[in-house]
Design a protein around this ligand. Structure first.
Ligand SMILES: [Zn+2]
Ligand SMILES: [Zn+2]
Length: 339
Protein backbone atom coordinates (compact mmCIF):
# COMPACT_ATOMS: atom_id res chain seq x y z
CA UNK A 1 0.00 0.00 0.00
CA UNK A 2 2.74 2.35 0.98
CA UNK A 3 4.73 1.45 -2.07
CA UNK A 4 1.84 2.29 -4.30
CA UNK A 5 1.53 5.70 -2.71
CA UNK A 6 5.24 6.26 -3.26
CA UNK A 7 4.86 5.37 -6.89
CA UNK A 8 2.02 7.82 -7.37
CA UNK A 9 4.07 10.46 -5.63
CA UNK A 10 7.04 9.95 -7.93
CA UNK A 11 4.82 10.13 -10.97
CA UNK A 12 6.44 13.17 -12.57
CA UNK A 13 7.57 11.08 -15.48
CA UNK A 14 5.52 13.92 -16.94
CA UNK A 15 8.43 16.33 -16.92
CA UNK A 16 11.15 13.85 -17.83
CA UNK A 17 12.83 14.41 -21.20
CA UNK A 18 13.50 11.41 -23.44
CA UNK A 19 16.87 9.63 -23.02
CA UNK A 20 18.47 10.79 -26.24
CA UNK A 21 17.60 14.39 -25.41
CA UNK A 22 19.14 14.02 -21.93
CA UNK A 23 22.33 12.53 -23.39
CA UNK A 24 22.49 15.39 -25.86
CA UNK A 25 22.03 17.99 -23.13
CA UNK A 26 24.74 16.29 -21.04
CA UNK A 27 27.15 16.51 -23.96
CA UNK A 28 26.31 20.14 -24.56
CA UNK A 29 26.84 20.97 -20.88
CA UNK A 30 30.21 19.21 -20.88
CA UNK A 31 31.27 21.11 -24.02
CA UNK A 32 30.25 24.49 -22.59
CA UNK A 33 31.94 23.76 -19.24
CA UNK A 34 35.19 22.78 -20.96
CA UNK A 35 34.97 25.99 -22.94
CA UNK A 36 34.47 28.15 -19.86
CA UNK A 37 37.35 26.44 -18.02
CA UNK A 38 39.78 26.82 -20.91
CA UNK A 39 38.76 30.42 -21.56
CA UNK A 40 39.17 31.29 -17.87
CA UNK A 41 42.58 29.59 -17.68
CA UNK A 42 43.81 31.37 -20.78
CA UNK A 43 42.45 34.69 -19.55
CA UNK A 44 44.17 34.27 -16.15
CA UNK A 45 47.50 33.43 -17.79
CA UNK A 46 47.12 36.39 -20.14
CA UNK A 47 46.23 38.82 -17.35
CA UNK A 48 49.12 37.52 -15.24
CA UNK A 49 51.57 37.89 -18.08
CA UNK A 50 50.37 41.40 -18.86
CA UNK A 51 50.52 42.59 -15.25
CA UNK A 52 53.68 40.85 -14.03
CA UNK A 53 56.02 40.38 -16.93
CA UNK A 54 57.12 42.52 -19.77
CA UNK A 55 55.38 41.92 -23.06
CA UNK A 56 57.38 39.20 -24.76
CA UNK A 57 56.79 36.44 -27.27
CA UNK A 58 55.22 34.13 -24.70
CA UNK A 59 52.66 36.78 -23.76
CA UNK A 60 51.87 37.27 -27.42
CA UNK A 61 51.47 33.53 -27.82
CA UNK A 62 49.13 33.26 -24.86
CA UNK A 63 47.02 36.14 -26.12
CA UNK A 64 46.87 34.67 -29.63
CA UNK A 65 45.83 31.33 -28.14
CA UNK A 66 43.09 33.07 -26.20
CA UNK A 67 41.84 34.79 -29.36
CA UNK A 68 42.01 31.54 -31.31
CA UNK A 69 40.06 29.71 -28.63
CA UNK A 70 37.41 32.44 -28.53
CA UNK A 71 36.76 32.69 -32.28
CA UNK A 72 36.91 28.93 -32.84
CA UNK A 73 34.52 28.17 -30.03
CA UNK A 74 32.18 30.84 -31.38
CA UNK A 75 32.28 29.21 -34.80
CA UNK A 76 31.86 25.73 -33.30
CA UNK A 77 28.87 26.86 -31.25
CA UNK A 78 27.26 28.33 -34.36
CA UNK A 79 27.78 25.03 -36.23
CA UNK A 80 26.50 22.99 -33.28
CA UNK A 81 23.44 25.24 -33.01
CA UNK A 82 22.48 24.82 -36.66
CA UNK A 83 23.19 21.09 -36.38
CA UNK A 84 20.83 20.87 -33.44
CA UNK A 85 18.07 22.65 -35.34
CA UNK A 86 18.70 20.35 -38.32
CA UNK A 87 19.47 23.26 -40.60
CA UNK A 88 22.00 22.31 -43.28
CA UNK A 89 23.17 19.50 -40.91
CA UNK A 90 25.78 18.02 -43.27
CA UNK A 91 27.51 21.33 -43.83
CA UNK A 92 27.39 22.03 -40.08
CA UNK A 93 28.98 18.66 -39.29
CA UNK A 94 31.69 19.29 -41.88
CA UNK A 95 32.13 22.79 -40.46
CA UNK A 96 32.62 21.44 -36.93
CA UNK A 97 35.34 19.05 -38.10
CA UNK A 98 37.08 21.69 -40.24
CA UNK A 99 37.01 24.29 -37.47
CA UNK A 100 38.52 21.70 -35.10
CA UNK A 101 41.29 21.03 -37.65
CA UNK A 102 41.82 24.76 -38.14
CA UNK A 103 42.11 25.19 -34.36
CA UNK A 104 44.71 22.39 -34.09
CA UNK A 105 46.73 23.85 -36.97
CA UNK A 106 46.63 27.33 -35.44
CA UNK A 107 47.66 26.11 -31.97
CA UNK A 108 50.47 24.05 -33.46
CA UNK A 109 51.72 27.05 -35.41
CA UNK A 110 51.59 29.28 -32.34
CA UNK A 111 53.44 26.95 -29.98
CA UNK A 112 55.82 25.05 -32.30
CA UNK A 113 59.30 26.49 -31.69
CA UNK A 114 60.20 29.00 -34.37
CA UNK A 115 56.84 28.96 -36.13
CA UNK A 116 55.24 31.90 -34.43
CA UNK A 117 55.71 34.47 -37.17
CA UNK A 118 54.70 33.46 -40.65
CA UNK A 119 52.95 30.11 -40.14
CA UNK A 120 50.71 31.64 -37.47
CA UNK A 121 49.62 34.40 -39.83
CA UNK A 122 48.89 31.77 -42.46
CA UNK A 123 46.88 29.72 -39.96
CA UNK A 124 44.86 32.81 -38.98
CA UNK A 125 44.16 33.51 -42.67
CA UNK A 126 43.11 29.86 -43.00
CA UNK A 127 40.55 30.31 -40.23
CA UNK A 128 39.21 33.45 -41.90
CA UNK A 129 38.97 31.66 -45.23
CA UNK A 130 37.21 28.70 -43.64
CA UNK A 131 34.68 30.92 -41.88
CA UNK A 132 34.04 32.91 -45.06
CA UNK A 133 33.46 29.86 -47.23
CA UNK A 134 31.34 28.18 -44.58
CA UNK A 135 29.01 31.19 -44.75
CA UNK A 136 29.14 31.21 -48.56
CA UNK A 137 28.21 27.51 -48.67
CA UNK A 138 25.15 27.92 -46.42
CA UNK A 139 22.62 28.99 -49.12
CA UNK A 140 23.60 26.08 -51.38
CA UNK A 141 23.62 23.56 -48.52
CA UNK A 142 20.21 24.78 -47.39
CA UNK A 143 18.86 24.37 -50.91
CA UNK A 144 20.39 20.89 -51.07
CA UNK A 145 18.79 19.80 -47.79
CA UNK A 146 15.41 21.01 -49.02
CA UNK A 147 15.79 18.75 -52.05
CA UNK A 148 14.94 21.49 -54.51
CA UNK A 149 17.11 22.68 -57.38
CA UNK A 150 19.76 20.14 -56.57
CA UNK A 151 21.83 20.94 -59.66
CA UNK A 152 22.26 24.55 -58.59
CA UNK A 153 22.85 23.51 -54.97
CA UNK A 154 25.42 20.85 -55.92
CA UNK A 155 27.22 23.25 -58.26
CA UNK A 156 27.27 25.87 -55.51
CA UNK A 157 28.80 23.46 -52.99
CA UNK A 158 31.41 22.26 -55.50
CA UNK A 159 32.41 25.80 -56.48
CA UNK A 160 32.71 26.75 -52.81
CA UNK A 161 34.87 23.72 -52.05
CA UNK A 162 37.08 24.36 -55.09
CA UNK A 163 37.50 28.06 -54.34
CA UNK A 164 38.25 27.24 -50.69
CA UNK A 165 41.01 24.78 -51.67
CA UNK A 166 42.45 27.27 -54.16
CA UNK A 167 42.63 30.02 -51.54
CA UNK A 168 44.26 27.55 -49.12
CA UNK A 169 46.83 26.70 -51.78
CA UNK A 170 47.57 30.41 -52.22
CA UNK A 171 47.92 30.89 -48.45
CA UNK A 172 50.16 27.92 -47.79
CA UNK A 173 52.29 27.86 -50.98
CA UNK A 174 55.87 28.16 -49.82
CA UNK A 175 57.17 29.35 -53.17
CA UNK A 176 55.39 32.52 -54.17
CA UNK A 177 52.17 31.63 -55.92
CA UNK A 178 52.15 32.21 -59.67
CA UNK A 179 50.04 35.05 -61.02
CA UNK A 180 47.81 32.93 -63.25
CA UNK A 181 46.79 30.75 -60.32
CA UNK A 182 46.09 33.79 -58.15
CA UNK A 183 43.84 35.21 -60.90
CA UNK A 184 42.01 31.88 -61.26
CA UNK A 185 41.48 31.87 -57.48
CA UNK A 186 40.04 35.37 -57.64
CA UNK A 187 37.60 34.33 -60.37
CA UNK A 188 36.64 31.20 -58.40
CA UNK A 189 35.81 33.39 -55.39
CA UNK A 190 33.65 35.67 -57.59
CA UNK A 191 31.77 32.63 -58.96
CA UNK A 192 31.31 31.17 -55.45
CA UNK A 193 29.80 34.51 -54.34
CA UNK A 194 27.47 34.64 -57.32
CA UNK A 195 26.25 31.06 -56.92
CA UNK A 196 25.56 31.68 -53.23
CA UNK A 197 23.62 34.82 -54.14
CA UNK A 198 21.67 32.90 -56.80
CA UNK A 199 20.83 30.11 -54.32
CA UNK A 200 19.50 32.75 -51.94
CA UNK A 201 17.45 34.53 -54.59
CA UNK A 202 15.73 31.48 -56.11
CA UNK A 203 14.51 30.48 -52.65
CA UNK A 204 12.79 33.80 -51.94
CA UNK A 205 9.03 33.08 -52.14
CA UNK A 206 8.09 36.41 -53.64
CA UNK A 207 5.28 35.06 -55.79
CA UNK A 208 4.66 35.01 -59.52
CA UNK A 209 4.25 38.76 -59.82
CA UNK A 210 7.91 39.16 -58.87
CA UNK A 211 9.33 36.88 -61.56
CA UNK A 212 10.61 39.83 -63.57
CA UNK A 213 12.34 41.19 -60.46
CA UNK A 214 14.02 37.84 -59.89
CA UNK A 215 15.23 37.88 -63.50
CA UNK A 216 16.61 41.42 -63.12
CA UNK A 217 18.38 40.47 -59.87
CA UNK A 218 19.87 37.28 -61.33
CA UNK A 219 20.90 39.13 -64.50
CA UNK A 220 22.69 41.78 -62.43
CA UNK A 221 24.42 39.19 -60.25
CA UNK A 222 25.86 37.29 -63.20
CA UNK A 223 26.67 40.37 -65.25
CA UNK A 224 28.56 41.65 -62.22
CA UNK A 225 30.32 38.29 -61.90
CA UNK A 226 31.33 38.36 -65.58
CA UNK A 227 32.59 41.94 -65.33
CA UNK A 228 34.50 41.29 -62.11
CA UNK A 229 36.09 38.16 -63.60
CA UNK A 230 37.11 40.12 -66.70
CA UNK A 231 38.65 42.81 -64.48
CA UNK A 232 40.65 40.16 -62.64
CA UNK A 233 41.69 38.27 -65.76
CA UNK A 234 42.84 41.23 -67.87
CA UNK A 235 43.54 43.78 -65.18
CA UNK A 236 41.27 46.35 -66.86
CA UNK A 237 42.30 49.84 -65.86
CA UNK A 238 39.58 52.23 -67.04
CA UNK A 239 37.43 54.41 -64.85
CA UNK A 240 34.52 54.02 -67.24
CA UNK A 241 34.52 50.23 -66.74
CA UNK A 242 34.45 50.47 -62.97
CA UNK A 243 31.61 53.00 -63.07
CA UNK A 244 29.55 50.43 -64.94
CA UNK A 245 30.64 47.71 -62.53
CA UNK A 246 29.43 49.83 -59.61
CA UNK A 247 26.14 50.63 -61.34
CA UNK A 248 25.40 46.94 -62.01
CA UNK A 249 26.34 46.14 -58.40
CA UNK A 250 23.95 48.75 -57.00
CA UNK A 251 21.15 47.52 -59.28
CA UNK A 252 21.78 43.91 -58.21
CA UNK A 253 21.75 44.76 -54.51
CA UNK A 254 18.58 46.86 -54.78
CA UNK A 255 16.62 44.29 -56.79
CA UNK A 256 17.65 41.57 -54.31
CA UNK A 257 16.39 43.66 -51.41
CA UNK A 258 13.16 44.49 -53.24
CA UNK A 259 12.59 40.77 -53.78
CA UNK A 260 13.09 40.08 -50.06
CA UNK A 261 10.68 42.85 -49.13
CA UNK A 262 8.02 41.50 -51.50
CA UNK A 263 8.39 38.04 -49.94
CA UNK A 264 8.03 39.57 -46.48
CA UNK A 265 4.88 41.41 -47.56
CA UNK A 266 3.39 38.16 -48.79
CA UNK A 267 4.25 36.44 -45.50
CA UNK A 268 2.52 39.08 -43.42
CA UNK A 269 -0.89 38.07 -44.76
CA UNK A 270 -0.34 34.36 -44.29
CA UNK A 271 -1.90 33.77 -40.89
CA UNK A 272 -4.61 36.38 -41.55
CA UNK A 273 -5.68 34.56 -44.70
CA UNK A 274 -5.70 30.95 -43.55
CA UNK A 275 -8.12 29.05 -45.80
CA UNK A 276 -7.79 25.40 -44.88
CA UNK A 277 -7.30 25.72 -41.10
CA UNK A 278 -8.37 27.82 -38.15
CA UNK A 279 -5.82 30.04 -36.42
CA UNK A 280 -6.46 28.30 -33.10
CA UNK A 281 -5.81 24.88 -31.64
CA UNK A 282 -7.51 22.73 -29.07
CA UNK A 283 -4.93 21.03 -26.88
CA UNK A 284 -4.13 19.48 -23.55
CA UNK A 285 -1.49 21.36 -21.56
CA UNK A 286 1.61 19.12 -21.34
CA UNK A 287 2.04 20.06 -17.67
CA UNK A 288 -1.42 20.20 -16.03
CA UNK A 289 -3.35 18.36 -18.81
CA UNK A 290 -6.19 20.93 -18.83
CA UNK A 291 -8.10 20.83 -22.10
CA UNK A 292 -8.36 24.26 -23.68
CA UNK A 293 -8.44 26.23 -26.94
CA UNK A 294 -5.55 28.61 -27.61
CA UNK A 295 -4.84 31.07 -30.42
CA UNK A 296 -1.89 30.72 -32.77
CA UNK A 297 1.26 32.58 -31.82
CA UNK A 298 2.64 32.99 -28.32
CA UNK A 299 0.18 31.44 -25.86
CA UNK A 300 0.04 30.18 -22.30
CA UNK A 301 -1.98 27.55 -20.47
CA UNK A 302 -4.93 29.29 -18.90
CA UNK A 303 -4.81 26.91 -15.91
CA UNK A 304 -1.13 26.65 -14.94
CA UNK A 305 0.50 29.39 -17.02
CA UNK A 306 2.91 27.15 -18.97
CA UNK A 307 4.10 29.03 -22.03
CA UNK A 308 4.17 27.66 -25.55
CA UNK A 309 4.24 28.95 -29.08
CA UNK A 310 2.00 27.62 -31.82
CA UNK A 311 2.78 28.18 -35.48
CA UNK A 312 0.27 27.38 -38.16
CA UNK A 313 1.25 27.74 -41.77
CA UNK A 314 -0.53 26.19 -44.71
CA UNK A 315 1.93 25.14 -47.40
CA UNK A 316 1.56 27.26 -50.50
CA UNK A 317 3.29 27.15 -53.84
CA UNK A 318 6.50 29.17 -53.57
CA UNK A 319 5.94 30.56 -57.04
CA UNK A 320 2.24 31.30 -57.46
CA UNK A 321 0.89 31.10 -53.89
CA UNK A 322 -1.61 28.35 -54.74
CA UNK A 323 -2.85 26.51 -51.65
CA UNK A 324 -1.13 23.11 -51.65
CA UNK A 325 -3.67 20.84 -50.04
CA UNK A 326 -5.26 17.51 -50.87
CA UNK A 327 -3.27 17.09 -54.04
CA UNK A 328 -2.44 13.70 -55.56
CA UNK A 329 0.97 14.82 -56.88
CA UNK A 330 3.81 16.83 -55.44
CA UNK A 331 3.35 19.41 -58.14
CA UNK A 332 1.45 22.69 -58.09
CA UNK A 333 -1.67 22.32 -60.28
CA UNK A 334 -1.63 26.03 -61.03
CA UNK A 335 1.87 26.62 -62.32
CA UNK A 336 3.50 23.17 -62.36
CA UNK A 337 6.26 23.91 -59.82
CA UNK A 338 7.30 20.84 -57.83
CA UNK A 339 7.26 20.99 -54.05
ZN1 LIG B 1 -1.29 23.87 -17.75
ZN1 LIG C 1 2.21 27.21 -58.30
Amino acid sequence: MEEKAAVTFQSPALGAAPDHLLAHLRLKRAFLRTLVISLTTCALVAVGALLLGTFNETTAKVLTTLGALAVHSGAAMFCAGTLEHRRWPKLSAAGLILFAVSFCVLITCIWWPGWFDEPTIRAILTFGTLAGFYILAIPSADLWERRTRRVLAGAGLLVCAAAFLMVLACIWATVSCNVEFAKATGIAIVIAFSVAHTSLLVRVPAGRGADWLLMVALGCVWLLAAMASASIAWGIDEEFWYRWLGAVGVLGACSSFALLIMAKLRQVGKVANLQSAAARVELRCPRCTTLQTVDAGAARCNACGLKFRIEIEEPRCAKCDYLLWQLPQRRCPECGTEF
